[in-house]
Every structure is written in C-alpha cells, then in structure tokens.
Write a protein that binds this ligand. Sequence first.
Ligand code: KIV
Ligand code: ZN
Length: 512
Amino acid sequence: MYGKDMETIKKENMNLADKIYIFDTTLRDGEQAPGVALTVDEKIQIAQSLDKLGVDKIEAGFPASSKGEIESCRKIHNLVDCTTVGLARTVFKDIDAVLDADLDYMHTFIGTSPLHRDYKLKMSKEKIIETAINAVEYGKDHGLTIEFSAEDATRTEGDFLFDVYRSVVDAGADFLNVPDTVGVLTPIVTKQLITDLKNEFTTHISVHFHNDFGLATANTLTAIECGANQAHVTVNGIGERTGNSALEEIVVALHAAYGIDLDIDTTQLYNISDSVSRITGIKKPVNKPIVGDNAFAHESGIHVHGILNNALTYEPISPELVGHSRRIIIGKHTGANALKSKLDEFNIDLNEEQFDNVFSQIKALGDKGKTITDSDLKSLAINEISSAKETPIVLKGLGLLSGAIVSSTATVKLEIYGEEKETSATGVGPVDAALNAIRSLIQDTLDVELEEYNVEAITGGTDALAEVFVISSDSEGNKSTGRSTNEDIVMASILAVLDSINKLLLLQRVNQ
Ligand code: KIV
Ligand code: ZN
C-alpha cells in the first residue's frame, strides 16, 4: 500500500457533506421489483419499521397510479415521523395526486437521455426542459419540497444534463437527484459527475443508483465521498431488475468504513431485512452482505479457530451491530475447536473417544457432500452418548395375547428413570398393542410421535431376523432414529421404538 494507510487515503480524497440523508424507496422502486405487489397494510408495516429504524425519508409510492396508492401514501404520511415522499412524472395530474395524498415532498422525474427523449417521450431537448420547469414551478406554487430526477441521467449528454439541472434549480428545485436508471455507472465516472455537480450547484445532490453491474453500493459510496448528501436505497437492495443500493450496505459501510454515524438504529437492520424479504417474497441470497444467512457464519477450521479467540480476526463488524448473530457451521471444513465449541453450546459433554467418533462421522458426511445441521450434530452426539450412558427407559417385561378376530392385547413393563411401571393396551396387532402400551406408560415423561416405521427381514425362513428402523419425534420437533434386530418382530419393534425414545429423552436433557 505504498506507505499510506486506508484512513489517510480516505481523508486526503474525500469531500464529505455534513449531513447525509437516507432516502428509502423500498415502497416505490422496491415494489417495482418483478413479482412484488404490497397491500396497504404491508406498506404501512414496512413504513413504520423504516421510521423506527431512523431513515430520513420514505418514498411511499406513486400516488397518480391509483386511488389506493393515494390512500396508502396519505396513511403512511399520517403514521410516520420521517418525511413521506410521493413520486410524480412532470405532469400536473401526477403532482395533483401527490397533493391529494396530503404529502409535502414530491420526487418528480422526466427522462433526459436520447433514448428516453426519442423512443419514450418523443420530445425535443427544449420541450424536456420546458416540461421540467413547469412541473417544478407548479409544485413550488403548491408549497411542495421538490426533488428533481433526470431519469437515465447517466446516459444523458453531459451538457444537456447540466442544462436541465440548471433550469430546475432556477425554477426552485430543492434536491437534484441523479438516477443511474439502468446501472451503467462506474466509480470513476461517478466521481467526476458528482464532483462537477458539486462544483456548480449549492443545491442538495442526491443519487439513485441501480445495481445491474453489481456496482450500486460502490457508486453510491463514491458519490458520498465526493459530496453527495443523499442516497436512495432499498431494504435488501430490491427494486427494478437487479435492484438498487441496499440500505443495510450503505448504512453499515458509512459507519464502519467512514466513521459516519447516521441517526439509524443499526441493530434493527437484520429484522427489517427479514420482514421485507418475508412480505415481498424476495428471498435473500445466503451470501448477501450484512443480512444474509452466511454474513457471520464460519465453517473452516482456521477461521473458526481465529473467531473463537477474537471474532474480529475474520469479521469486519460484530453481528450484534446489525441485530444478526454469529453461527459456527459444522461440516467438511470443521476443525476440532469448532466442534468442541458447538458441543459446548449444546451442553453436550463427550469423552475423547466419543468426540473422535463424532468428528470422523462429520468428516465422512462432509466428504459425501452432506451439510450437517445443528440437529444432525445433536443426533450424532446423542448416538454416541446413548450407546455408552445409562438408558432412561428399559424394557422389563412383555406379555402378548394376540387374537385373529378380536384385537391383540399387550402387557408391557418398563423401568422409567429407575421406577417400574406396567400397563396393558389393545391394538390392531401385537406391535400396535405394545406400542400403545408404551405410549401410555411414558405419557407423563415424553409426548412422542412415531413418524416412520420400517421392518425388514434380514435372513430367510420363518425364524428370520427382523430389523426394525423407526423415526420418532417429540413436541419440540426433535427427531431421533431407533434401530433393533431380533428374531421376534414385536420385540424388535419395541426395542427400536425405545431406542429412539431414549435418544429423545437424552436430547431433551442436553437441551435443558
Ligand atoms: O431508476 C430511475 O430512474 C427511477 C426514477 C423514477 C428516478 O426510479
Ligand atoms: Zn429506480
């Protein structure tokens, strides 16, 4: 790094504004993401969360699009403390709709690039300027604060773009917004453009950058470095096509990389990201910065070792800063330290031999391409413990009366945590009767469901050995397997079920 540290480079090259506004457009550009349509209640829920989070402005919608949109913008405006913004084309009926929604801040836009002029608006440059001026003046006459966007600014001829901005500033625009409508900007162009705007205008400079090349956040931060004082963002970066700059990325990067603290409660970022993902149906990729499932997840032995000694070795910020949590993942790359810490987390104490067995099973599963969930790990550990430790329930006696016409009856005696209990039950066959008796004997100890029951004869003939495999679950959703082989199928079934029940009981003890 040729002798200069990062902080010196930033100080020497930045022109930061004193106040940076966060303009959230999740409810407008975010709602334009393919497949997203929000109800009024959902919009209100998101708006209230954003307000609580501390954003400065919420673009609540495009009032001219429907009566319902006017209503929802008005409702949001009445419910939140931050500024509520309504979008409008540079046409009077759109501006009237913003006024109908009782809003006092309008974001108005008109396409300025040759593509928009020739193929969409069919307007000359002069007409574009005249239309923009009329809209700004009309809005100002009606008492609105006005943010003006030159749509597709970044594909507009530089001279013309500046002419447009000059005209709307003269007409009274309060914020000049620069939309990178199809996400073609690069950081170096952003730097030049924003620096030139800052050199000419004293008006607030805002940026609205799309993510088509994955550069929205980098470009937005570059704009802020050059003096832009407002960033348009959306939760999880949702928006048209590949979306917009992500709120969580901008806020956290400003805090962590630039030491700029906005009045945003960063600890709410993870929750708001989750609820926007749930409400919109747009899933977050696991590797999404800040809020993705893997943002603070570690698997490799080397990394986990570092993390366990000092989390900053492999994390840029603490997960708590954004309301997320750290996860140690058990899998192919797991080291002994990670496994130990994970077992500690579950209060599972294994001796050396048990630990080595679990460790090698994890490696073997990993080599087969399997991922190991927390409950898989618990099951592997419990299998080890249950083969060595005391068994909570032991079969002490079994009597059967099987009837071909009438139902079968089974009398089962169990020792449950040292106390003997006996009962009889009926069923459609001896296995069913025996399992009913077991269920009734353990009902005060465990609420158990038999999820799967498979029986296989593993040798031929009438005295064939039967192997029974079962999966049971408890009311907490824990699952366990049980297996037993016996020449008597009823006995094999009972022992397999007891095997799985015992594992569930051990698991519950571990989880307490
Ligand atoms: O991306 C864009 O150009 C927009 C405008 C409405 C500002 O969203
Ligand atoms: Zn946009």
